[in-house]
Design a protein around this ligand. Structure first.
Ligand SMILES: [Zn+2]
Length: 310
């Protein structure tokens, strides 16, 4: 009798799991505060709150040497050098899945990103995957501003000796700030028809998104971590300060499965809480065009760097 009861429970458990997402190995019930390892011990964690309002005066720029030990208001530096150029191929027949319950993820293997940091050092990365968080993970102005959705395009450094280095391009989508318009990239994934963790095969149209991003001159940059366990601290964050349009209908699946789903994380969403900035500096791109980075061909690593208006 006892064994039969256990068996019945196991069958019930298995049956329930067949109709739910694949089991995740971390959860958002406490917005990440219960994760361990570097997630709790690290001092270079992501996401962060960006004190955007303090960037009002470009003349307030000081050198990074002068900044250490100063308060948050001095940890913000304008730079003319910050820039990136993304070159992603469109994909037919990519599998879109909510692989571990925590997000929608797409694995990609054809796309490159050239990033120039505040010291004008150039690094080349390869796109590995992208996924979404709703609401946004990065916040602004003491958490008073969250965007509707944040896309993370995750890249790995091209050079064999530095493949532990990652670059994540963070892109916001927001009905108010970006406009209530159909976004062709989101639409191409047809996520609204996705059912639980069944991988849907779709054409993924990154062209329009990338064209927009490469024109974007509003950028923040800081060094941080993955925002999911193991929270590895080797990420060059490039946060695009130019929210993209999206409609309520396009947001519906993200809201339904994460942000407004009380059985997922009490309806809080799949965003980790913001982390202390500590001694880090947040860089913002100077508003004038200083450099143009051109990547010659999607598989080529040749770069043409031209200087203008400096
Ligand atoms: Zn992410």
């Amino acid at each position: 009798m006892f064994m039969a009861s256990i068996k019945a429970k196991m069958i019930l458990y298995l049956a329930l799991n067949l109709f739910t997402f694949t089991k995740a190995n971390y959860y958002y019930w406490e917005q990440g505060s219960d994760w361990n390892g570097q997630c709790v011990n690290g001092t270079l964690q992501s996401p962060i709150d960006i004190p955007e309002a303090l960037f009002w005066n470009p003349l307030a720029k000081v050198t990074s040497e002068e900044l250490h030990g100063m308060d948050i208001e001095s940890k913000i530096v304008w730079t003319r050098r910050l820039d990136f150029f993304a070159s992603y191929a469109n994909f037919e027949n990519k599998t879109i899945s909510s692989d571990d319950q925590n997000s929608i993820k797409v694995d990609f293997d054809k796309g490159s990103l050239v990033f120039m940091d505040e010291t004008a050092a150039l690094r080349i990365f390869q796109l590995k995957q992208f996924h979404f968080h709703a609401p946004s993970e990065h916040t602004f102005n003491n958490r008073t501003k969250h965007y509707d959705l944040e896309l993370h395009l995750v890249h790995q450094r091209w050079d064999e000796d530095y493949q532990n280095e990652l670059a994540v391009l963070g892109v916001f989508f927001d009905m108010k700030a970006g406009g209530n318009e159909t976004n062709p990239f989101i639409e191409s994934m047809n996520v609204k028809n996705m059912v639980n963790d069944k991988g849907e095969t779709q054409f993924v149209d990154l062209t329009a998104l990338v064209d927009n991003l490469n024109k974007t001159k509003g950028l923040f940059h800081y060094n941080g971590s993955l925002t999911t366990p193991p929270c590895t601290q080797s990420v060059h964050w490039i946060v695009v300060d130019d929210p993209q349009p999206i409609t309520y209908e396009q947001l519906a699946l993200f809201k339904k499965n994460w942000q407004y789903n009380t059985t997922f994380a009490g309806g809080l969403g799949n965003n980790r809480d913001v982390q202390p900035v500590n001694q880090r500096i947040i860089y913002k791109r100077w508003w004038t065009q200083a450099y143009n980075i051109v990547l010659l061909g999607t598989s080529s690593i040749a770069i043409a760097l031209t200087l203008s208006m400096f």
